[in-house]
Design a protein around this ligand. Structure first.
Ligand code: AHG
Ligand code: MN
Ligand code: MN
Length: 332
């Protein structure tokens, strides 16, 4: 695993260039697009690191299309991504969890045009209490033969060209895949660059940890209740539990250490809470590339779900392969 030593490191830009050489899906303009995402996330990281010193705590005062209170940092993060991607000529359409509609940036005149979708700030209710938050992104080709932004973005996750997230945690890490393994970069605050810190990551096949908002237990379907009972029973799974409440942070722990994350249907969100396009698809792509599994509505593979609307939600079961198999004996 290449770890930075004096004068020896791989930047994210270098890595993308190398990927392009042996990966025809990633064309020349792709690194220019990705540099828009890295620049925006460095800007967001700078705001997150100064939370409390500058005015980024608290609600902005409005409610978004998801019916959730918009935080000041949601707006800052959304604007940063829209601004940086707006200058990338090959980004045809962007769609954000925070905006009602996808936005067309450029008309499609080549097959090298992309759609970028993002959750600008995931776990935003954690920002005021110094708990990790993140940015999730996914990239699709912008099909020239389809007219209309909404129709163009309604693609299943298997069409993703690249996806990943940035976790603003104890350090800032960027994790991405373009279908050729999962790679992690850490933002070196001295250099201002993302440097390779984990290459070709593989999720452990099983770990005795589940991650779920268990306060909703009595509002979960009985099959989930039985699974969770079994998980914590010393005679059953004998699991431990971890729940941050920022999906990116909960997922990243599972990517590195293994385990399972569940957001079941609840009384409040009978179709699940998490967003298919901005949250579940990108993490499913990363999970599968690392050897994990991601299942959504009806126990189907997340990446095969056909979106009906850009803000669709789905229940989510994601994590280590054997953990998910084990869970499906109860949920299937
Ligand atoms: P967002 O901040 O982008 O709206 O996402 C919040 C999500 C996700 O990060 C987390 O896993 C989940 O909401 C937590 O929901 P509960 O508070 O219902 O557990
Ligand atoms: Mn989110
Ligand atoms: Mn969000």
């Amino acid at each position: 695993m290449p770890i930075k030593r004096d004068g020896e490191f791989v930047t994210f830009g270098q890595h993308i260039q190398q990927q392009q050489q042996n990966f025809p899906q990633a064309k020349g303009q792709f690194s220019w697009l990705m540099s828009g995402i890295t620049l925006a996330t460095k800007m967001i990281a700078a705001y997150v690191r100064r939370a409390g010193l500058i005015d980024v705590w608290g609600d902005e005062g409005s409610v978004n299309v998801q019916g959730e209170a918009v935080k000041k940092l949601d707006i800052i993060a959304n604007d940063a991504l829209k601004r940086t991607l707006g200058y990338r000529g090959n980004v045809g359409i962007i769609a954000s969890e925070e905006d009602n509609e996808p936005r067309v940036l450029q008309d499609v005149d080549s097959d090298d045009s992309y759609i970028v979708m993002f959750d600008p700030l995931d776990g935003s209710s954690n920002i005021d209490v110094n708990v990790s938050v993140g940015t999730i992104f996914t990239i699709f080709r912008n099909p020239p033969e389809i007219e209309g932004a909404e129709k163009s973005v309604l693609q299943p996750g298997i069409n993703q060209v690249a996806a990943g997230y940035v976790l603003y945690g104890s350090s800032t890490v960027l994790v991405y895949t373009c279908g050729n393994g999962v790679h992690q970069f850490t933002l070196d605050p001295q250099f201002g660059a993302y440097l390779l810190t984990r290459e070709d990551m593989k999720m452990p096949e099983h770990a005795g940890v589940y991650s779920v908002n268990e306060a909703y237990l009595h509002r979960f379907p009985p099959s989930y209740q039985r699974y969770l009972e079994w998980s914590k029973d010393p005679e059953g799974g004998g699991f431990s539990s971890r729940y941050v409440g920022s999906l990116v942070a909960d997922f990243h722990r599972i990517l590195v250490k293994g385990g399972i994350f569940l957001y079941p249907p609840t009384a409040a969100h009978s179709g699940g809470k998490l967003r298919l396009m901005y949250e579940c698809n990108p993490l499913a792509f990363v999970a599968e590339q690392a050897g994990g599994v991601a299942l959504g509505a009806g126990g189907k593979r997340v990446m095969e779900l056909e979106p009906q609307g850009i803000h669709d939600r789905t229940p989510l079961v994601i994590g280590s392969r054997k953990n998910v198999d084990e869970a499906m004996r109860f949920l299937g």
